[in-house]
Structures are given as structure tokens and as C-alpha cells.
Design a protein around this ligand. Structure first.
Ligand SMILES: Nc1ncnc2c1ncn2[C@@H]1O[C@H](COP(=O)(O)OP(=O)(O)O)[C@@H](O)[C@H]1O
Ligand SMILES: [Mg+2]
Length: 310
């Protein structure tokens, strides 16, 4: 599925392309645009003049998503050497762009489908990640509940707007709206959270371990929140809700999750998707709303599984 519209290397201003040699010691001789994600930013796997391979991502400093990229540079500078991410080699501004160079990882995205050999690596990653980023290595990370509060109230908004909902949602909208805040009370903690775990934000390394990429949101909270974000991605990849929960059951961070909070989180996340999918597309991001509509349907299935609401 195509998800993003990204610039090619050649489209970038000369001052931006030329800056790589100054910072990394050799210029780009080949650059392959990477799909995945929804961002309109630059994402290329590049070969440098001296044969080294790097991953380059960046965005214009005036672009609305620039603060997200700036946060990604800040977060990655703070992560310890034992955190399973590609190392940030450098981050700099040139020609009106912010650029980041990461260690290149060749293995591609993990296959999250049932039976995939990559699932064990993904669960191992979820299992050990919280310990490596607690307490959060970046100072002043906002709490996840406060950070998401503004967006995670979709059911209340949809109910107030009298939005045309599907039959199941319309039947349950009152209790959905009532349940979408409860998770926040159990989401506190000092674990740095990624909150965007999907197959396209993970990469397989040659040794069979999974790495996280695109760590761009500065938030901290309870360790169960990141597995909760991944759960609907497993359903999307073909697991049943029960099967997806069983996969994550091998990760300590998920096993410790308070069940009521997880159910409320499932409600809040689906409400976010349901509501967001109805908003106009952000400039340069044409595929996001369709994805959110599909995820809202998946989110409803997860809620029905956890609550038994039919
Ligand atoms: N270090 C890396 N090495 C190789 N490919 C990478 C690396 N980091 C990201 N990618 C690829 O580029 C894609 C986009 O990168 P990502 O950091 O997720 O950017 P965005 O914020 O634009 O989604 C990823 O889905 C992945 O396929
Ligand atoms: Mg991404």
C-alpha cells in the first residue's frame, strides 16, 4: 500500500545536498527513496562517495512537521548505546532544511503476520525496550496522557457533532464516550514512549533483532502503552484480537498492563481514528485519512473483543 509522497534526493536544493559532504566527510552518490509512513519528509537510503551507506531523513525548517523532526533529533541524541535503534550519526541544518543521518539498516520491516518468524524479535524488542529507556533519558518529556488528551476524545466529539456513525458505534457511543478517559489514570510513568510502533517504524537487523526507527514524539508514561499501540497493527496484519493479545503476552510490559486501562485505551484510540478519518487531509499527506478509517474498523473489533459489546 502506498502511504507517503516524498521528495527524491535530486529535488532537494543544492545547498542541502552539498552539506552532506561537509558533515559526513563524503557526498551522496546514490539515494533511494523509502516508502512507508505518512510523512511528506525526505527518507532515503544513501550511498556516499567513500562507499558508506547511511539513511538520511529531513524536512524544510519552515514545514509544519519540522518540530517533530527536531524532537526526533533531540530524542535520538539522548538514547543510550544499548537502545535498539539505528544510531544517529549527525543532525544539522543547511539550505533551509533539517537533515538527520542514521546508521543504515538493510533488513526491511518486520513481517507482523501470524506465523511470521519476525514476531519473536518484535516481542523481544517490546520486552527489553522499556528497561533501556526508563527513566526517560530526555529531560522534560511530557506525560503521555496529557500529551494525547487533546486527540484521544473522539467519541465524545463525534457524539456531540451527531456524526453519522456505523451501526455498532452508534449503538455504543454513550459508553464509548464514557470509557475513553479511564486509561489515563494508569498511564503514568517515567518510561520514554515511542507511541507510533508499526511495522514501517521498525527494521530487522542482520542478526535477527528488531530495531525501532522514527522515534519522534517526546512522551513518557507506563511501559504498557507502546505494546498497546502495536496491538492493532497485529490485527491489521491478520491476527484476531485474541491472537494479537497472545503474541504480546510474551512481553512483560504487556503482561503488567491493567486490563481496564487497556480496554479504555482501545476505546480512546479507536475514537481518535474514527474522528480523525473524517478531517480534511493535511497538505502533502494524501493517504493518512483512508488508513485511519481502516484502523477505526480494526479498533472497533478490538473493543468488541475486550468488552463483549455486540
Ligand atoms: N536507519 C534506517 N536504515 C534503513 N532504512 C530506514 C532507516 N530508518 C528508516 N528507514 C526506512 O525509511 C522509512 C521512513 O523512515 P521513518 O524514520 O519512519 O520516517 P517518517 O517519519 O517519514 O515515517 C521507514 O519506514 C524505513 O523503511
Ligand atoms: Mg515512519
Amino acid at each position: 500500500m502506498r502511504t507517503s509522497v516524498r521528495p527524491s534526493w535530486g529535488e532537494l536544493p543544492e545547498a542541502v545536498r552539498g552539506s552532506v559532504a561537509g558533515v559526513l566527510g563524503a557526498g551522496v552518490v546514490d539515494a533511494e527513496v523509502q516508502g512507508g509512513g505518512f510523512s511528506p519528509g525526505l527518507a532515503v537510503r544513501a550511498v556516499l562517495g567513500d562507499g558508506r551507506r547511511v539513511f538520511l531523513k529531513g524536512v524544510e525548517t519552515g514545514h509544519p512537521v519540522h518540530p517533530v523532526y527536531a524532537a526526533e533529533a533531540r530524542i535520538n541524541r539522548s538514547l543510550g548505546a544499548d537502545v535498539p535503534v539505528p544510531r544517529l550519526l549527525d543532525a544539522w541544518e543547511a539550505g533551509g532544511w533539517l537533515l538527520m543521518a542514521f546508521e543504515d539498516v538493510a533488513g526491511g520491516h518486520p513481517d507482523l503476520r501470524p506465523g511470521s518468524a519476525d514476531l519473536d524479535a518484535v516481542v523481544r524488542l517490546l520486552d527489553r525496550l522499556p528497561r533501556k529507556v526508563s527513566p526517560a533519558p530526555v529531560p522534560d518529556a511530557p506525560g503521555v496522557a496529557a500529551a494525547l488528551e487533546e486527540r484521544f476524545h473522539g467519541w465524545r466529539v463525534l457524539r456531540e457533532e451527531g456524526a453519522g456513525l456505523d451501526e455498532w458505534s452508534a449503538r455504543h457511543v454513550d459508553r464509548l464516550a464514557a470509557a475513553e478517559r479511564d486509561w489515563m489514570a494508569d498511564a503514568g510513568g517515567d518510561c520514554l514512549l515511542h507511541i507510533d510502533l508499526r511495522a514501517d517504524n521498525m527494521l530487522m537487523r542482520g542478526d535477527g533483532e528488531a530495531l525501532v526507527v522514527d522515534w519522534a514524539y517526546l512522551q513518557q508514561g507506563a511501559p504498557w502503552v507502546d505494546p498497546a499501540f502495536l496491538l492493532t497493527q497485529l490485527i491489521r496484519a491478520g491476527h484476531t484480537p485474541a491472537g494479537a493479545e497472545a503474541v504480546l503476552g510474551k512481553a512483560e510490559s504487556w503482561r503488567d498492563a491493567p486490563p481496564g486501562a487497556v480496554t479504555s485505551f482501545a476505546v480512546a484510540q479507536a475514537g481518535y481514528w474514527e474522528r480523525s478519518s473524517r478531517l480534511p487531509a493535511p497538505p502533502g499527506v494524501p493517504y493518512l485519512r483512508g488508513y485511519q478509517a481502516a484502523m477505526a474498523e480494526i479498533g472497533r473489533r478490538w473493543i468488541a473483543h475486550r468488552t463483549g459489546w455486540s
